[in-house]
Design a protein around this ligand. Sequence first.
Ligand code: NAD
Length: 270
Amino acid sequence: MSGRLQYKSALVTGAGSGIGMEASILFAQEGASILLADINLVAIEKVAALISSRSPNVKAIALKTDVSKEADIRAAVDKAVAEFGRLDIMFNNAGIMHPEDDNALNTEERIWDLTMQINVKGVWWGCKYAILAMRNNATDESKGLHVGGSIINTASFVGTMGAATPQIAYTSSKGAVLAMTRELAMVHAREGVRVNSISPGPLKTPLLMEFLNTPEKKERRMTHLPMGRFGEAVEIAKAALFLATDESSYMTGTDLKVDGGLTSAYVTAL
Ligand code: NAD
């Protein structure tokens, strides 16, 4: 264990799959105690077992959590503090891209509302309860512990770029995550709470691959990817690890783009 997060504790939402799972494994490898929060209990129990086998000195607890419910997020933060004594890192990562999400004309209100409930309100509540907990963190310089903490919100490149392959609710929700992150970073900067977002490019995770369920849909995107490939969840998790550690101590209010160059692209290579 190299211990970049030794003595710290983290809560990861959407920890049962994709980015959240990979980040939980990395955080644990670096010594953090982890509360794995996901609506899919079976999935997080498997991740907890994997972490325990690979990092036996680290505590990993699975707690069924629906981030669209304020009481669930509050309970998850309370559980992390009760078990680990503090909360240093909050990774608000859970999100959905609904298969019926479409353009402004075709998307039903229930799809819009569900997407906002999970992708926006879930992040807001995650930030709210994390900030309240982080204010109580005791400082211990000998262990690299301090008041405040690091909040990381998963946004998306679609919060910044336009796409003619529409998903109006999802796109709007990620724009909200970017704006919310900036404002929270400013309001809480003097409390030692850093708030940053990550904008992943398109990834080979169930969230996108289930949405792009035909070769044509995948190819429609592939043309625009400078590196000629979708990203891997672990490539986003590594960026989350950097934001979680004090190596990013002078970063707040930033959106870290981990998108294979997509947001810099005009014409891609043949
Ligand atoms: P994923 O589908 O692999 O994992 C998402 C996890 O979130 C799942 O384990 C799921 O059970 C959980 N989840 C869903 N609804 C939940 C809820 N209400 N409460 C708690 N947990 C819930 O997806 P991923 O690709 O790892 O996505 C993680 C984040 O990254 C999301 O916010 C997504 O919008 C964002 N993102 C993904 C991509 C991509 O291409 N995959 C690109 C940009 C941003």
